[in-house]
Design a protein around this ligand. Structure first.
Ligand SMILES: Cc1cc2nc3c(=O)[nH]c(=O)nc-3n(C[C@H](O)[C@H](O)[C@H](O)COP(=O)(O)OP(=O)(O)OC[C@H]3O[C@@H](n4cnc5c(N)ncnc54)[C@H](O)[C@@H]3O)c2cc1C
Length: 324
C-alpha cells in the first residue's frame, strides 16, 4: 500500500500554499481520473489537497462573456440555462462525455487536466515516455487505434481524451489560474501542449498553480454543434470528434471556429478550415471541401489510418448538422 497525506482547504490561498509545501502534492477535485491513476500505480502523489470546498463553483455572466468556476460539475454546467442558451456547443460536448454518474462528480478544472487514455500510459508494466520519460513509446510499434494523426512526435502519439476541451478550444475560452506568482489568464488554445520531446508535460500550467475558472467570451455564433464518433453510443472516448461554431447570415458564413478531438495530444484547432469557410455559402459543397482542408497533413499509422477518412466525414457531418 502506498501511503499519502490528505488535507482539505477552503481558500484559494491555502490551497496554493498547501501544494507548494510538499513536492509531489496534487489537488483532488472529483477524483474520477486521479483516483483511478493512483489505483493503477500511474500516479502516486505524496499529498492530496482536496479543493472541493473552495468557492469556485459559480457560473456567472456579464456583457462580455461567461465565467465558469473550476469546481462547477460537468453536469451542472451542461444543464445551466446560460450554457444551454448561449453555448449549446459546450453543453453538447459535456453531455457527450463519460456517464451521468461521472458527470455528477467530475469538475471543469479536473476535466481540463485529465490524463490521456492511452493504454500504454495507463499500464505501468508497459513502456511510456509520458509516464516514465525515456522508457519508450509502447503505442508507436504496438496497438494504436485510438492514437494521434496530428502533431504526434517520435516520443508520444497519445491523444487528449476530453470532449469539453474540444468545445472550449473552438469557443476561444480562457483558462484563469492562481499560483504562488499571482493570477494568470491563458488562451485555451495555448493551454495544452503537443508532446515533442517532453510528452510527460500535458499543458502549460506552472508549478503550484490552481485552475480557478474558465472564461468564455460572448460570441455571435448562431449555428453550433458537437459531433462525437465513438465505438459505443455512450460511455466511450472519442475516436474522432468535431466542435463547430458558425455565424451564418443570409446563407453566408461570416465567422467560423472549429476544433477536433481524438486526433492530437491537445484539442486540435482547424485554423485553415476556418479561414477557408469564411465568406463562403453554408452549403454541402463548401463543407465537403472544408472537410478535405481539415484533414490535410494528417498522418496515420497502421491501426489508426481510418481516422483520416473518418475525420473528413465527421467534419462535413458536423458542419451540416450545425446548420440544420
Ligand atoms: C469510465 C470513464 C469514462 C470517461 N469518459 C469520458 C468521455 O467520454 N469524455 C470526457 O471528456 N471525459 C471522460 N472521462 C473523464 C472525466 O471527464 C474526467 O475524469 C473528469 O472530468 C476529471 O474531473 P475530476 O474533477 O474528477 O478530476 P480529478 O480526478 O479530481 O483530477 C484530475 C487532475 O486534475 C487536477 N485538478 C483538478 N482540479 C484542478 C484545479 N482546479 N486546478 C488544478 N489542478 C486540478 C488533479 O490534481 C488531477 O491531476 C471519463 C472518465 C471515466 C472514469
Amino acid at each position: 500500500m502506498i501511503n499519502f497525506e490528505f488535507v482539505r482547504t477552503s481558500t484559494v490561498k491555502n490551497a496554493i500554499a498547501a501544494l507548494s509545501k510538499t513536492p509531489g502534492a496534487q489537488f483532488i477535485a472529483g477524483g474520477t481520473n486521479l483516483v483511478d491513476l493512483m489505483k493503477k500505480g500511474v500516479a502516486a502523489p505524496k499529498r492530496l489537497i482536496d479543493i472541493n470546498s473552495l468557492p469556485l463553483r459559480d457560473i456567472t455572466s456579464d456583457s462580455k462573456g461567461i465565467l465558469i468556476g473550476a469546481l462547477a460539475l460537468n453536469s451542472e454546467v451542461a444543464e445551466h440555462p446560460l450554457i444551454k442558451n448561449k453555448l449549446s456547443l459546450l453543453a453538447k460536448a459535456l453531455d457527450a462525455g463519460a456517464s451521468a454518474q461521472l458527470r455528477n462528480m467530475a469538475t471543469i478544472g479536473g476535466n481540463i487536466l485529465q490524463r490521456t487514455r492511452c493504454s500504454y500510459f495507463n499500464d505501468s508494466t508497459m513502456p511510456c515516455n509520458k509516464r516514465e520519460p525515456g522508457s519508450g513509446c509502447g503505442a508507436k510499434n504496438g496497438y494504436h487505434r485510438m492514437h494521434a494523426v496530428f502533431g504526434a512526435s517520435d516520443k508520444c502519439i497519445a491523444v487528449h481524451p476530453s470532449d469539453m476541451c474540444v468545445a472550449l478550444a473552438a469557443l476561444d475560452a480562457v483558462v484563469h489560474t492562481a499560483g504562488p506568482k499571482g493570477e494568470r489568464k491563458v488562451l485555451f488554445a495555448d493551454f495544452h501542449r503537443l508532446p515533442g520531446d517532453n510528452p510527460e508535460l500535458d499543458h502549460h500550467l506552472q508549478p503550484g498553480e490552481l485552475i480557478t475558472g474558465i472564461y468564455v467570451p460572448a460570441n455571435s455564433f448562431n449555428k453550433q454543434h458537437y459531433l462525437k464518433i465513438r465505438d459505443r453510443a455512450s460511455y466511450a472516448f472519442a475516436l474522432v470528434s468535431v466542435a463547430v461554431a458558425l455565424e451564418v447570415t443570409d446563407g453566408i458564413i461570416k465567422n467560423a471556429k472549429l476544433s477536433m478531438g481524438g486526433v492530437a495530444h491537445k484539442p486540435w484547432r482547424l485554423i485553415s478550415t476556418e479561414q477557408f469557410l469564411v465568406g463562403k455559402a453554408a452549403s454541402k459543397e463548401t463543407f465537403t471541401e472544408a472537410a478535405a482542408v481539415a484533414m490535410t497533413g494528417a498522418v496515420g499509422l497502421t491501426h489508426n489510418r481510418f481516422k483520416i477518412k473518418m475525420g473528413k466525414a465527421a467534419v462535413r457531418e458536423a458542419l451540416l448538422q450545425a446548420i440544420r
